[in-house]
Design a binder for this molecule. Structure first.
Ligand code: SF4
Length: 122
């Protein structure tokens, strides 16, 4: 499990404040993240947080992880995925996204599911 930042766009009741109250400027540098991946030798890297789509270097982190032939689980609340994909083009090796949803309200979860159903039907 890699936690490059402890900043989040939500503050879920079941979460620890230290996981969402962090300042973005205190995030783990990209080089440190990739070094940790190299040192761990783990075949699967779960990129968590905080909210990973807020991490400004997420595209480079994904590409660096794939280049190391590791699988990725992106643990995101999904709310900012539109913003992320509007600015970033997934690499050819980025074949799937696993979305972990634990939002504070059922309506948020439902809206995420609706959005992905809409995109799949395009
Ligand atoms: S979305 Fe995840 S990291 Fe953010 S507050 Fe909720 S449980 Fe914590």
């Amino acid at each position: 499990m890699l936690e490059p930042l402890h900043t989040c766009n939500l503050a879920c009741l079941g979460c620890s404040p230290e996981r969402y109250n962090g300042e973005l400027k205190d995030r783990l540098p990209l080089g440190e993240c990739l070094k940790a991946i190299d040192e761990s030798g783990a075949p699967v890297v779960s990129i968590c947080g905080g909210e990973p789509t807020i991490y400004p270097e997420l595209t480079e982190l994904i590409e660096g992880t794939i280049a190391r032939k590791r699988h990725i689980y992106l643990c995101t609340n999904g709310i900012l995925l539109d913003r992320f994909f509007a600015k970033n083009t997934p690499t050819s090796g980025f074949r799937s996204t696993s979305i972990s949803t634990a939002p504070p309200r059922r309506t948020i979860s439902s809206s995420i599911v609706r959005e992905f159903s809409r995109r799949r039907s395009r």
